[in-house]
Design a protein around this ligand. Structure first.
Ligand SMILES: O=C(O)C(=O)C[C@H](O)[C@H](O)CO
Ligand SMILES: [Mg+2]
Length: 392
């Protein structure tokens, strides 16, 4: 039996760099096996880097010396001890990192990529959509000029939040301005480019409906988190008035959460986050629940390269794959050079096919990027926006 002999929790980042605050730090987990192999996992941040890091220390107490092949048993062991995990994203995020790193170790032991252990290749060209590309964009022309640069690099889908600093409510001016941005994007980029509208769960229901109705004519691929996450019933009203498919899921923590939203018809496209919802195998199960209802999957992916690699390994294997989020174009240099192993070319992801997650770490960059800082808290904009956009 192989077991986990060494556990390293590494906080990386450059909080001083101008990147979207929530992704200015990442948490990398490094597990070392009794046979000397090393597996990597990742846990998300967003103004919770240190709480997640502390939760990872708790998970270490369960996983130390465990047989990492026992994915289900090890996850259940932590679940049984973590009394609040069903409502605690810090705990699910911490556990996700260990589950992902376990799969990396198993693949490296067996000399096979993770996706080959999850059902093999169903999709080997993974269509990406760009997010994070619109920092400092306020006027329609700002969005169009930045998007056109990525169209020239082959991207065919763009997610963006056109709502400035509107929150809870949407002013008449705010509605007009967001429509001007989306209409300009549609006019300038044409009908073959997918526009994905991000609301960041910022609206109360009535205002979300106003936004959704006004943007329907521009045929978005989906509208994401239109209402505050607690306003689940508001989604029923929203869907009565808005045709654009509703997407959500980055803040759901397990397959049961997704089963509730899907079976009640509150969502049209799900966006689970492998690092928020207990890892790779749970991600595969969540996709299966969605598949049972004909609901497509567009995994949320807003943090670092280990998350991207883990997510791609699930994307490869699911029949109901829709599209994959990518922040790679807006990453700071340290994050881009941290790992190699997957490519994103001409708007499509492709894995290396190497064992485990298929990535190799640049130890030099890893060591140079160590930090103990918390993400910056900017009094002028919340940490979840793309920097420089929370303006009117
Ligand atoms: O990528 C997305 O869909 C986002 O909503 C970006 C968020 O700011 C990020 O996920 C916050 O953790
Ligand atoms: Mg989002």
């Amino acid at each position: 039996m192989e077991k986990i002999t060494n556990i390293d929790i590494l906080e990386l980042g450059s909080p001083e760099e101008k990147s979207s605050p929530w992704s200015s730090t990442i948490l990398i987990l490094r597990l070392t096996s009794s046979n000397g192999n090393v597996g990597y996992g990742e846990a998300p941040t967003t103004l919770m880097t240190h709480p997640v890091l502390e939760s990872m220390k708790e998970v270490s107490r369960i996983f130390q010396d465990k047989d990492y092949y026992n994915i289900e048993a090890n996850n259940r062991e932590y679940y049984k001890n973590a009394f609040y995990i069903s409502k605690s994203i810090e705990e699910t995020a911490a556990l996700s990192a260990f589950e992902i790193a376990s799969w990396d170790l198993i693949g490296k032991d067996l000399g096979t990529p993770v996706y080959k252990m999850l059902g093999g290749v169903f999709n080997d060209k993974i269509k990406a959509y760009a997010n994070g590309w619109y920092s400092d964009c306020v006027e329609p022309e700002d969005f169009v000029s930045k998007a056109k640069k990525l169209v020239n690099k082959g991207y065919k889908a763009f997610k963006f939040d056109p709502f400035g600093n509107n929150y809870d409510k949407l002013s008449t001016e705010g509605l007009k301005h967001s429509v001007s941005i989306v209409s300009k994007m549609r006019e300038e980029l044409g009908d073959d480019i997918d526009l994905l509208i991000e609301c960041h769960g910022r609206f109360s229901t009535k205002y979300a409906i106003m936004a959704g109705e006004a943007l329907d004519p521009y045929n978005p691929l989906f509208i994401e988190e239109p209402v505050h996450p607690e306003l689940e019933f508001g989604l029923y009203d929203f869907k009565k008035y808005v045709n654009t498919p509703v997407a959500l899921g980055e803040r759901l923590l397990n397959k049961e959460d997704f089963a509730r939203f899907i079976s009640s018809g509150m969502v049209d496209i799900i966006q689970p986050d492998i690092t928020n919802s207990k890892g790779i195998l749970e991600g595969k199960k969540i996709a299966a629940v969605a598949d049972a209802f004909g609901v497509p999957v567009a995994f949320h992916n807003a943090f670092g390269p280990v998350q991207t690699a883990a997510t791609l390994n699930v994307d490869y294997t699911i029949p109901n794959f829709l599209i994959q989020e990518s922040f790679e174009e807006s990453w700071p240099e340290w994050k881009k050079s941290l790992f190699t192993g997957y490519t994103i070319e001409n708007g499509f992801f492709r894995l290396s096919g190497k064992p485990g997650l298929g990535i190799e770490v640049n130890e030099k960059i890893l060591n140079e990027s160590r930090t103990e800082a918390m993400e910056p808290l900017n009094p002028n904009e919340p940490p979840w926006v793309v920097s420089g956009t929370f303006k009117q």
